[in-house]
Design a protein around this ligand. Structure first.
Ligand SMILES: [Zn+2]
Length: 51
């Protein structure tokens, strides 16, 4: 059975960095927008998680 890993952000896989198909690497706009990049810790407090 395959374990499904859920990321908070599918774009960057929670790394904060997105790699485009053409090889370009840039900051994840989605995380930037949601303020995840400012506190780049492994686990955020539960009250910061939006459902
Ligand atoms: Zn992201």
């Amino acid at each position: 059975m395959t374990e499904i890993i859920r990321y908070r952000c599918e774009d960057c896989k929670d790394t904060g960095i997105v790699k485009e198909r053409d090889g370009n690497i840039h900051t994840c706009w989605k995380c930037l927008q949601e303020g995840r990049l400012s506190q780049h810790s492994d686990k955020l407090p539960s009250h910061n998680i939006k459902i």
